[in-house]
Design a protein around this ligand. Sequence first.
Ligand code: NAD
Length: 506
Amino acid sequence: MMPFINYSHLRLRLASTLASRLAMTQLATVRVPGHSEIKVPTGLFINNEFVPSVDSKEMIDAVNPFTEEVICSVSSASEKDIDIAVAAARKAFNTTWGKNVTGWERSRLINKLADLIETHAQELGELESLNNGKPLRIARDFDIGDSVQCLRYYAGWADKIAGQTLEVDNKTKFAFTKHEPIGVCGQIIPWNYPINMWSWKVAPALAVGCTIVMKPSELTPLTALKLSELVKEAGFPPGVLNTVPSLGPVGGAALSAHPDVDKIAFTGSTITGRKIMEAAAKSNLKKVSLELGGKSPHLIFESCDMDQAAIWAAAGITYNSGQDCTAGSRVYVQDSIHDKFVELLVSKVKELVVGNGLDDKTSAGPVVSKTQYDRVWSYIESGKQEGAKVVVGGTKRTGKGFFVDPTIFTDIRPDMKIVKEEASLCMLETRILFLRDSRRYLAPSFQLAGSKLRRKPYCWRMQPATAWAPVSIPGIGRELGSYALEEYTSVKAVHWNFGEKLDWPL
Ligand code: NAD
């Protein structure tokens, strides 16, 4: 007779080992030097759970640009994972979200999420600083503060989405429009403001009732995953927001071409924007909004408060280490004050502390990645080769960290590469602006607006009630303000016939 062997304890142990292994692979402990220890989810966030990829063993390394070391690795979504995330978002849209939930309830949940983000601001700020390089102080107080404000702004809109009642010329007919959530939205964001870009996209989409598949940049996936935890804690139903870190040409491309995605909201480079638009056109002609690159000018006139003008110009290019679509990377200075202004600008730039983002004294950290570092340095080299004069910066540091010290060029010409392209990043050209007549002071801005140069309205902190918009090409659609609500809704016209008779045949 066979001895009786009870395997149940073994199965349990196996199961619990598997469970803990799974848990281990979906959670990393990140130590933030001099600060806290943060548990970061590392799986894909689908249906309110962190899960590994169904078919890919690829992991994305999140790198600290100050130390050049890997912080932790997160799952990378495959095309199949994107299908699963889109199906989860579709199911939620049809059952628990979309038109199945009141505006008041959406508002309540978005406000709850804003409260949770505010409570976790320090931890989120540390993670953002660690992965992006930006100063913790700025990540926490500006980026996260602004994101909370953005969520609250759209929470206020959630129960105020309304169409119109329309007079029609027939007394037996009544017409009205409804502004309905567009459906499942793919949201693809860049690395320069990971939390800000997340909130700008997520808040209006949730407010109107859309569901989301969010693809953060492969360079900065950590805060989007941490925010997903808070989405679940706030009480959003499974599938309303899904997060799929992935490489752009894999997950981003799959989302853009997906036949069951109703809209793509994208912020990033112009070249990727073109690909997304093409994929949208070739698949289901989904709605697309594109926020792309920029190259903003400052115009400095002799009547200015020169000290303030120099501070604004310095901030315009050094903020976020220049990694900003609104970076004021061109400065046009009236001839009479040019030399004095440049001297002042250089002195302001020299006052900045460029260093470890986790240090409270730091004003600007390293740039986000080795690729970005090489790219910026290649622009600096090209500026030098083409004859521009470096008045500050322009020399590489030794040691670790993707640092590019603020660099200012003078003596530039319009045909130089650094003038024509979004060289961005810690680089500023000054150009002499000849103006004699104060009545003509506004003219250059119109002239610039008509030029081929890409541009953005230069601004400081974002205001959620205002529109954020490309003024001309490239770009489609508007972010922020009531304008963003239009990006996530479709207008349905309803004709209600309560007695109109039709003579037949026509
Ligand atoms: P990027 O275009 O390389 O990447 C942006 C996102 O697109 C990432 O998530 C990436 O994974 C994804 N992606 C890459 N290839 C893709 C593809 N083939 N299909 C779909 N998705 C793909 O841009 P970046 O370098 O991360 O961001 C920097 C750019 O973003 C700069 O040009 C900056 O000016 C711009 N930007 C614009 C705004 C704005 O509001 N207009 C704001 C921030 C940044």
